[in-house]
Ligand binder design. Structure first.
Ligand code: AFP
Length: 333
């Protein structure tokens, strides 16, 4: 079997579709290389003394893990010098990170969730890295927070790595979704899923049921219908999964379909997940794989961000199921 590496895939995307410039290819390769280092650090577990808390909080007031901090540093360092970025923003940093003056600046903005699902690290469950690439607005020399406030529909690329039983990378450059698996011996990303498509129907839902008492009426109605099974209005038995690492839950949905929900509720009034570096890139990927993504009222890729670390309600996955739930929403919900 001919092995296609990430580099070859990107070169061919440029040759055949003209969607990956040299600068964008460099950016994606640098991020993917940083993900290899993070994967390596994560896989060592307790051996390196890197499990547990860092003793600091991030901008959202969440306790940082040592590996959150390290993953952030790995991604910053890897991306600073290449000349492909105008600035970076991260879940772990309150303000955008400027490219030091000693390096040239490029045309792209990079947003990252360096280690998504990090509460799962200590219990040896899959975690991952999410990234989103935007163009720096024209004429902006020193991009501040405002430069990043672009709806997800403007992304030029998005992807995520999962550090699980195998290390995988999912990528879209706006021309479908491809999946790569890390060959550790060779040190290369190998194309293993050339065209990922999400089945339009599903009988599997993912939601944190402990929030049930806080749910809005449309969410409660939908989950009640799933739980009613074959004899209920949906006419089939549903299964439930919740990894609490969005990367792992979305990877499962890309593999076999499903619906993922972290909606706004009475406790999470704005939602729980971050718009710019969780919901937007995942929505781009899911849509490119034939699925749908909404906050219940609006397509997530059309939401105009107002703050860098803004949260949002998220419902995404198999198209028919996502459309069913959004059909239950009324303007007041
Ligand atoms: P952390 O990165 O802080 O662990 O959060 C993970 C996450 O943002 C997302 O990956 C999960 O789907 C969601 O939070 C899990 O949230 P709950 O712990 O409330 O279920």
């Amino acid at each position: 079997m001919r092995r296609i590496t990430l580099t070859q895939y990107l070169v061919e995307q440029q040759r055949e579709k003209g969607v990956v410039s040299g600068e964008l290819r460099l950016l994606i390769e640098v991020v993917a290389r940083a993900c290899k280092s993070i994967s390596n650090a994560v896989s060592k577990g307790a051996l390196t003394g890197l499990l547990g808390g860092a003793g600091t909080d991030n901008v959202q007031g969440e306790a940082q893990k040592k590996l959150d901090v390290i993953s952030n540093e790995v991604l910053l360092e890897a991306n600073e010098w290449g000349g492909h970025l105008a600035a970076m923003a991260s879940e772990e940093m309150e303000h955008p990170h400027q490219i030091p003056n000693r390096y040239p600046r490029g045309e792209f903005l990079l947003l990252i969730d360096p280690l998504d699902g990090s509460s799962n690290i200590d219990v040896n469950v899959s975690v991952g890295t999410i990234f989103s690439v935007l163009r720096c607005p024209e004429g902006v020399k020193d991009p501040d927070e405002k430069a990043f406030l672009q709806p997800g529909a403007r992304q030029v690329a998005a992807g995520f790595a999962v550090y699980g039983p195998s290390t995988t990378l999912v990528l879209t450059v706006g021309n479908g979704v491809a999946g790569f698996t890390l060959d550790r011996e060779m040190g290369s990303w190998v194309l293993t899923q050339p065209k990922i498509e999400i089945p339009v129907d599903t009988a599997e839902f993912a939601i944190n049921m402990s929030n049930m008492r806080n749910w809005s009426a449309p969410v409660k109605r939908y989950i009640d219908e799933c739980l009613a099974g074959k004899n209920g209005p949906l006419g089939k038995d549903y299964n439930m999964r919740w990894v609490a690492s969005m990367v792992a839950d979305v990877y499962r949905i890309l593999t076999r379909g499903g619906i993922f929900m972290y909606p706004q509720d009475a406790k999470h009034k704005e939602g729980r997940l971050r718009l710019l570096y969780e919901a937007s890139p995942m929505s781009f990927i899911v849509e490119q794989a034939g699925g749908a993504a909404t906050n219940g009222h609006q397509r997530l890729l059309d939401v105009q961000p107002e703050r860098l670390h803004q949260r949002v309600g998220v419902i995404l996955g198999s198209r028919n199921e996502v459309e069913r739930v959004s059909g239950y929403y009324k303007p007041a919900d």
